[in-house]
Design a binder for this molecule. Structure first.
Ligand code: PEP
Ligand code: MN
Length: 337
C-alpha cells in the first residue's frame, strides 16, 4: 500500500502518518518527489485497511500496490534512482560503460586493460576475482590477490571497480577493494547472500538469473532493498532459450519491461548475453536503443589467451571503436556518454 500525501502536506502531517504506520506494526518508506511525498508501507499489509490511513490529515489517497516487490516498484518511487559511485552517476542521463576482463589474471593484464578502457571512455572497471565457473577444473579466479590488484589499479588509473562476490563470507574482503559488489546470475536467488549485501552500504550490481523471470529478478532486488541498501543496479545478461547460435539470448524486452516496473538503474551485459565477440557491438547498441542506463562489456588485450570467456571478450581496439559508435547512438536517443 502507498500513502500519497497532498501537495501541500506539512512535515508534521507526514511524520504523523509515518508514526501511525509504525504504530500499526509496519515499516514506512518515504519517497520525497519533486511534487509530493509518497509513504510506502512495508510488511504483510493484508490486515490493514485503506480507511485506517485515509482519515489522517494531509493524506490525499491510499492506493494498494499491485506488485509484490514494493521498494523496487515505481509505485513506491516514481522518480528514477540515480546511484553515485565516485564521480559516476548511474541511472541519470549518461550511459555508463563498465568494461574490463572477465577475470583478473595478472598485474600486466589488468593494468593494460584498465588504461585502455579508460582511454576509450569507460567509467568503471570490471574484473572478476572469484569466478563462478561451470566446471570445478577450470580457472576459478585469483581470489584475494586479484582484489588487491583491483584496489591498486583503481587507485592508479582512477576508475571505480566492480567485482563479483560469490559468498557472504567474502563480502568483507571484496568490499575492502571494490566499489560495486556484483551478484552473478547463478547467485541471483541466493537469498542469504542477497540479505548480507543488503546490510552493506556498497552499491550492488544484480545480474538476472539465466532462467529467472523479470518478476523473480525484481523480487531478488527487493531482498537487498528491504535490508536498507537502496543502491541496486539491475543487469540483464541474457537468458536460456531454445536458441543455440548464441550462448544466451539477450532479453531486450526485459530492459523496457523493467523500466516500466522499477525506478532502479538497468544495465545490459552484451558479452555474456551473446557469448561471441563479433556479436557484442550489435547487442550493446540494441541495449542503448532500448533505454539501458549502461553496459558492462568484457575487454581483454589477448582474448585468445584469456583464462575465462575469451570467445566473448573484445580487444581494446574494438572497444574503442564501439565506444565512438555508442556515443552517436546515445545522442540519438537523448542520452550522453
Ligand atoms: C561475469 O560477469 O563474468 C559473469 C560470470 O557473469 P554472469 O553471472 O552473468 O554469468
Ligand atoms: Mn565472464
Amino acid at each position: 500500500m502507498i500513502v500519497i500525501m497532498e501537495r501541500r502536506a506539512t512535515e508534521d502531517e507526514i511524520q504523523n502518518v509515518v508514526a501511525r504506520v509504525e504504530e500499526l506494526g509496519f515499516r514506512a518508506h518515504l519517497s520525497r518527489g519533486e511534487e509530493r511525498t509518497i509513504i510506502g508501507i512495508i510488511g504483510d499489509e493484508r490486515p490493514l485497511s485503506v480507511e485506517a490511513l485515509e482519515v489522517l490529515d494531509g493524506v490525499e489517497r491510499v492506493v494498494p500496490v499491485l506488485h509484490p516487490f514494493k521498494l523496487a516498484s515505481r509505485d513506491f518511487k516514481p522518480d528514477k534512482t540515480i546511484i553515485t559511485v565516485g564521480d559516476v552517476k548511474i541511472g541519470g542521463d549518461e550511459i555508463v560503460v563498465m568494461a574490463g576482463p572477465c577475470a583478473v589474471e595478472s598485474r600486466e593484464q589488468i593494468f593494460e586493460t584498465a588504461w585502455a578502457v579508460k582511454e576509450a571512455g569507460a567509467k568503471i572497471l570490471r574484473g572478476g576475482a572469484f569466478k563462478p565457473r561451470t566446471s570445478p577444473y577450470t580457472f576459478q579466479g585469483l581470489g584475494v590477490p586479484a582484489l588487491e590488484l583491483l584496489g591498486e589499479v583503481s587507485e592508479t588509473v582512477g576508475l571505480p571497480v566492480v567485482s563479483e562476490v560469490m559468498a557472504a563470507s567474502d563480502i568483507e574482503a571484496v568490499s575492502k577493494h571494490v566499489d560495486i559488489l556484483q551478484i552473478g546470475a547463478r547467485n541471483m536467488q541466493n537469498y542469504s547472500l542477497l540479505q548480507e549485501v543488503g546490510k552493506t552500504t556498497k552499491p550492488v550490481l544484480l545480474k538476472r538469473g539465466m532462467s529467472s523471470t523479470i518478476h523473480e529478478w525484481l523480487m531478488s532486488a527487493e531482498y537487498i532493498l528491504s535490508n536498507r541498501n537502496y543502491n541496486v543496479i539491475l543487469c540483464e545478461r541474457g537468458i536460456r532459450t531454445f536458441e543455440t547460435a548464441t550462448r544466451f539470448t539477450l532479453d531486450i524486452n526485459a530492459v523496457a519491461v523493467a523500466r516500466q516496473l522499477t525506478h532502479l538503474p538497468i544495465i545490459v551485459d552484451p558479452s555474456h548475453a551473446t557469448g561471441k565477440a563479433n556479436l557484442v557491438a550489435a547487442a550493446a547498441k540494441a541495449a542503448v536503443a532500448a533505454g539501458a542506463d549502461g553496459l558492462i562489456i568484457e575487454v581483454h588485450p589477448n582474448p585468445d589467451r584469456a583464462l575465462s570467456d575469451g570467445a566473448q571478450s573484445i580487444r581494446p581496439e574494438s572497444f574503442q571503436k564501439l565506444m565512438v559508435e555508442l556515443r552517436q547512438l546515445a545522442a540519438a536517443v537523448g542520452r550522453c556518454m
